[in-house]
Design a protein around this ligand. Structure first.
Ligand code: ADP
Length: 593
């Protein structure tokens, strides 16, 4: 019985000890405010153990102890323990409830926050999807293929409808789509725009041949743009290609048409030049023969007819010369040949040439040479004369009962430039025609040809010659009041030049030419006849029709003068002249020996 009691007490003590340990552990995690109470509770449980152990000792050793005190103490501690447990549970429950309320409040707040975040996420998603739709609408509205490509894998990330790319297709690379090829483009003929962008980091434009959905080859202009991140790393390449097949075909056709037109123009120019040359030869014959006929007739009526023939033929010759010059300029064959010449004499010659025509039209023709204008200059006198003759002739042609003033002066700040003006008081030129008259075949008034004659070539030639010489020409004019043609030409002064007239000044005039032995060499029989008939009036003349014949004649007899044509069959004039000069030198050397 005693042992049973001891066993019960030992079991109770064990349970109490476990409870002590648990109560102590709990006291560590309970809120600080309740920790003391928990520790006190633990102390109470310990008191139970002490009570039990005391009771065991009393029972085992029969110690004389007032059992009532012990049992009273145990009951008192038990009562305290129950009270403590209930008070602690009440407080703990109360605090737990407070925690729960706070937690619920926090959960509510958090839920509200999450709902707000969720709402803004939904908005962002809506925006994103709207932007996505907008982006697709925009790129699909593009008429040309548009792609966004990964520069590392060459895979297409985004493409518009025209690009013909389906996200589901097996090969997603740009080269597979555009070229049907498993590898990216390469080589100089077909460089890959993505590689070029990777190398240069810049946008590129290049021509490629792409294959479209119908397997047709199309020439396209590929525009590639790099997309970099904030560190400068190449992220994507944007590529769009414009189909230029038709444009290319048109360009090729235009180029071919241009080449054909240029060839036709060259052929036309050549034809014009040849024709003018061919017509000029018989015309020279007509003029020469007419001249002779005029000299040999005493009949006034006949002389009048011949005069008319002469002036018509000379007009025709002028026109042919204009056409020849124009076609030479057009073909780029006209060369400027500068040399020193006497400008003042050239101006006086021009005035003398038109003095008679001006008088006939009651026009006062006057020359004003500025005191500072140089007497001798360096330039192409033939072309300067041609320009001034044309302008003075026009001024007289379009003026009646008025005046024509020709002036020349140096330009103030450009000492090498001379400024010429030809001012008339004639019919004038309307403002809208003042540019056009410098174009070929343009006249201010289409009725001009009938009223005044002319072809509309003169000013075009003047302009081209002026430009060729590095100068410029323009007109100022008022209808009914007159016109001024302005010409600026680079003609630097040449102080060391003495022309023939200056060299011979002070010397007695040369005697007139005595009768000479002259050899006329020309393949054209009319030219030969005209030259010999004119020269035979004063000289002894023989003729040859080519260089070889001329050399044969020169070997047989002596001639004072040889008039040699340039282009001839068998042996041309240049070759024949070189042989004659070489023979002369050889002869001189033999004589010196
Ligand atoms: P052409 O005189 O042979 O017709 P030009 O090229 O010399 O050809 O002149 C072109 C046109 O410019 C003339 O037809 C005429 O209408 C106009 N023009 C030229 N010079 C004058 C001028 N001094 N006064 C009025 N009109 C002029």
């Amino acid at each position: 019985m005693q042992w049973v009691l001891l066993g019960i007490i030992a079991a109770g003590a064990l349970i109490l000890m476990v409870s002590v340990q648990r109560a102590y552990n709990l006291s560590k995690i309970v809120p600080l405010s309740l920790r003391f109470q928990w520790r006190f509770l633990t102390f109470l449980i310990c008191s139970f153990i002490v009570g039990y152990c005391g009771y065991i000792l009393i029972q085992l050793f029969r110690v004389n102890f007032p059992l009532e005190v012990l049992i009273g103490a145990i009951f008192f501690c038990g009562a305290l323990f129950v009270f403590g447990i209930i008070a602690l549970s009440a407080q703990t429950l109360h605090q737990l409830k407070q925690f729960n309320d706070t937690l619920e409040l926090q959960v509510q707040e958090r839920t509200q926050q999450l709902e707000a975040i969720n709402l803004s996420l939904t908005h962002s998603q809506d925006n994103l999807s709207r932007q996505n739709i907008f982006l697709h609408t925009v790129i699909n509205a593009l008429p040309h293929p548009f792609m966004v490509i990964d520069p590392d894998t060459y895979e297409i990330d985004l493409a518009n409808t025209v690009a013909g790319f389906a996200a589901t297709q097996s090969s997603r690379t740009c080269h597979a789509l555009s070229h049907g090829s498993a590898l990216p483009c390469q080589g100089h003929d077909h460089p890959c725009p993505i590689r070029e962008i990777k190398t240069s980091g810049k946008s590129v434009v290049m021509e490629h041949v792409h294959v479209n959905a119908r397997k047709e080859k199309r020439i396209v202009e590929v525009h590639g743009y790099p997309l970099h991140d904030e560190t400068g790393k190449l992220l994507k390449v944007i590529e769009y290609s414009i189909d230029i097949t038709e444009k290319k075909q048109t360009e090729t056709a235009l180029l071919q048409a241009k080449v054909a037109a240029e060839a036709a123009n060259v052929a036309k120019g050549l034809f014009l030049a040849n024709m003018s040359h061919e017509i000029r030869t018989p015309l020279n014959g007509i003029i020469g023969m007419n001249h002779l006929a005029m000299q040999t007739t005493d009949d006034d009526k006949r002389r009048q007819y011949l005069n008319t023939v002469q002036s018509a033929a000379e007009n025709l010759l002028d026109l042919l010369n204009d056409i020849l010059d124009f076609s030479k300029i057009e073909a780029g064959q006209l060369q400027i040949a500068p040399r020193c010449f006497n400008l003042r004499r050239l101006m006086e010659d021009i005035m003398a040439t038109y003095a008679h025509a001006a008088k006939e039209r009651f026009v006062a023709l006057q020359l004003n040479t500025h005191a500072l204008a140089p007497a001798t200059v360096h330039g192409d006198d033939v072309r300067v004369r041609q320009i001034l003759l044309n302008l003075v002739s026009n001024a007289i042609k379009f003026t009646r009962n008025g005046s024509v003033q020709v002036s020349v002066r140096p330009i103030h700040d450009q000492p090498d430039m001379l400024y010429f003006t030809i001012t008339d008081t004639g019919i004038g030129i309307p403002p809208e025609k003042q540019q056009a008259i410098f174009n070929s075949f343009e006249q201010a008034d289409s009725s001009n040809t009938r009223q005044y004659g002319g072809t509309g070539l003169g000013l075009a030639i003047c302009k081209q010659l002026t430009v060729l010489m590095g100068g410029r020409i323009w007109v100022t004019s008022e209808v009914g009041k007159g016109s001024t043609f302005h010409v600026e030409l680079p003609l630097p002064a040449e102080s060391n030049y003495e022309d023939d007239e200056q060299k011979t000044s002070g010397q007695p005039p040369q005697p007139l030419l005595q009768a000479l032995r002259i050899l006329v060499v020309d393949d054209n029989s009319i030219n030969r006849d005209v030259a010999s008939m004119i020269l035979e009036q004063q000289h002894q003349v023989k003729t040859a029709s080519d260089g070889l014949e001329a050399l044969a004649l020169l070997a047989e007899e002596y001639f004072d003068l040889v008039l040699m044509d340039v282009q001839m069959p068998f042996m041309d004039g240049l070759t024949a002249t070189k042989i004659i000069r070489a023979a002369e030198q050889g002869h001189d050397q033999i004589e010196r020996l």
